[in-house]
Design a protein around this ligand. Structure first.
Ligand code: HSE
Length: 408
C-alpha cells in the first residue's frame, strides 16, 4: 500500500476551496494538504492560518511534498510553478486551461525529461472525465470527431437569456457570482476559454499539439435579441460549440455559436453543464454530460487526478507517439446565419455560396456558406452576430494548406 501523498496547493480560490472540501469529505483518497501558497495576505481564510504560506519556495523546496496542485489564475506564473515543481521531482495536478493550451508540447516534454506526471482532467469541461477516457478508452487513431459545449459560463448565460429572458449582463453577473466565469470574463464570452480546452482535447483526441491562436473562435457577446427571436420562432436554441474533425488527413477545428434544433442532444444541456460528443469509426457517437464549471465539480476532477497519482498514473500521449503528426488546417467552408445593423459593410459577396437574406427593423440577415477565415474577420466586429446554421455543412478545401506542420 502506498504512503499518503502530501500536497502543496497554489491558490485557494473557487477551485482550491472546492478541492479542500471534496478532499475532506472523501475518505478513500490517500492524500492530505500540507501547505497552501496564496498571494493576498489580508484576505480572510475559511481554514486554519497554519496551512498558508506566501512563499512559493515553502512548497517547491519542501522534500516532503509529493504533488504540487496548481490552481492559480495567472497562466504565466502557473507555468513557472509547474516547471519548477517538475524539476524538483514533484508531480503536478493543474486545472489551468490557458497555461496548458499555450505550453502543451513543452509540458509533454517536461514529463518525459523528468519522469514525472502532470495531470489536468479538471482543465477540460470541469467534472466530465474526458481526458483519461481519450487516453485509455479511445486508445487508437479511430476517433473522427470531438465536439460539444466546453464552457459553463456561456452555456449558463445562453440558458438564462434564452429561457428566462434575463439580460445578457444580468446573466453574466450571475455566472461571475456563482464562480463559473474567469476573473476576466471576456475569456469566456469571447470564446477563448473553450478554445484553450479544445486545444488540449485535440492533443488527446488526435495526438497533435497545436497553438491555440491557430484555432478560429467566435464568442457569444454579439448575439442579439433578433437572433434569440429567430431561434424561438424556428424551434432552435443557441449553444457555443467547440469542435474538431479529422478530415482528409487534416484536423479542422474551431469554436463558434450555433443554432441547435430543440430535439438535438446539446439543446438539453443547460446552465453550467457541458457536453462532449465523441465519434469513432466503429463505436460511433458517444456523449458525456456533466457540470463544466463550479467549485465542487472542478474540485472533484482535480481530486480524481490526485487519486490517479496514488497509483502512479500518467498520460502516455499514445496517439502523439504513434501518429505521423497530422496538419491542422483552417481552409474550409461552413454554413452560417449572420445578423447586423443595416449599413454595416457586409454583403452577399462575402459568401462562397449565398443562400438568402432579408432586412427588417434596422437589421439585416444573411445566410450561406463562408470560409472559416471570414468568421475570424467578423468575430472582431462589434454588432455582427455570427451563428452557425443547424447543419454546418463543413467542406474542406480540396487542397488545404496546413496552418502548421506538426512534429511526430
Ligand atoms: N470559466 C470556465 C467555464 C470555468 O465557465 O467553463 C471552468 O473551466
Amino acid at each position: 500500500m502506498k504512503k499518503k501523498l502530501k500536497l502543496g496547493l497554489f491558490g485557494f480560490g473557487c477551485v482550491g476551496q472546492g478541492l479542500y472540501h471534496v478532499l475532506t469529505e472523501t475518505h478513500g483518497v490517500k492524500a492530505e494538504i500540507k501547505k497552501i501558497c496564496v498571494k493576498n495576505k489580508n484576505k480572510a481564510r475559511v481554514i486554519e492560518a497554519s496551512y498558508f504560506t506566501y512563499e512559493a519556495a515553502d512548497i517547491l523546496n519542501d522534500p516532503e511534498i509529493d504533488v504540487v496542485v496548481e490552481l492559480i489564475d495567472d497562466a504565466e506564473a502557473a507555468f513557472t510553478i509547474v516547471k519548477k515543481a517538475i524539476e524538483n521531482g514533484k508531480h503536478v495536478v493543474t486545472a489551468n486551461k490557458k497555461m496548458l493550451a499555450e505550453n502543451l508540447q513543452e509540458i509533454y516534454q517536461l514529463q518525459q525529461t523528468y519522469n514525472r506526471s502532470i495531470l489536468y482532467e479538471g482543465a477540460v469541461c470541469g467534472s466530465i472525465p474526458i481526458l483519461r477516457n481519450l487516453e485509455e478508452y479511445y486508445d487508437n487513431d479511430l476517433i473522427t470527431s470531438i465536439e460539444g459545449i466546453f464552457n459553463g459560463s456561456t452555456n449558463y448565460i445562453l440558458t438564462k437569456v434564452f429561457e428566462e429572458k434575463k439580460s445578457y449582463l444580468e446573466a453574466l453577473k450571475a455566472a461571475q457570482d456563482l464562480g463559473f466565469a474567469e476573473s476576466d470574463p471576456s475569456l469566456d464570452v469571447k470564446g477563448f476559454d473553450p478554445k484553450f480546452k479544445l486545444t488540449i482535447a485535440i492533443a488527446h483526441t488526435f495526438g497533435v499539439f497545436i497553438r491555440p491562436e491557430n484555432i478560429i473562435h467566435v464568442g457569444i457577446q454579439n448575439i442579439s435579441a433578433v437572433d434569440l427571436k429567430y431561434a424561438r420562432e424556428n424551434n432552435l436554441t443557441i449553444k457555443l460549440v467547440a469542435r474538431a474533425y479529422k478530415i482528409n488527413g487534416s484536423i479542422v477545428g474551431f469554436v463558434a455559436p450555433q443554432y441547435i434544433p430543440s430535439d438535438h442532444i446539446l439543446a438539453a444541456v443547460r446552465n453550467e453543464y457541458n457536453a462532449v460528443l465523441v465519434e469513432g469509426a466503429f463505436a460511433e457517437k458517444q456523449v458525456f454530460i456533466g457540470k463544466g464549471a463550479g467549485s465542487y465539480p472542478t474540485g472533484s476532477a482535480v481530486l480524481s487526478d490526485i487519486s490517479a497519482l496514488t497509483f502512479d498514473y500518467r498520460y502516455e500521449y499514445k496517439k502523439f507517439t504513434q501518429d505521423d503528426g497530422l496538419p491542422f488546417c483552417n481552409e474550409a467552408t461552413v454554413d452560417v446565419l449572420i445578423s447586423f445593423p443595416e449599413g454595416t459593410l457586409i454583403s452577399h459577396r462575402d459568401f462562397e455560396t449565398f443562400k438568402g437574406g432579408y432586412q427588417g427593423k434596422g437589421y439585416q440577415y444573411l445566410q450561406g456558406s463562408v470560409q472559416l477565415q471570414k468568421l475570424k474577420e467578423w468575430a472582431e466586429w462589434d454588432e455582427v452576430s455570427v451563428i452557425l446554421a443547424p447543419q454546418i455543412n463543413l467542406t474542406p478545401a480540396s487542397q488545404p494548406a496546413a496552418v502548421e506542420r506538426l512534429s511526430a
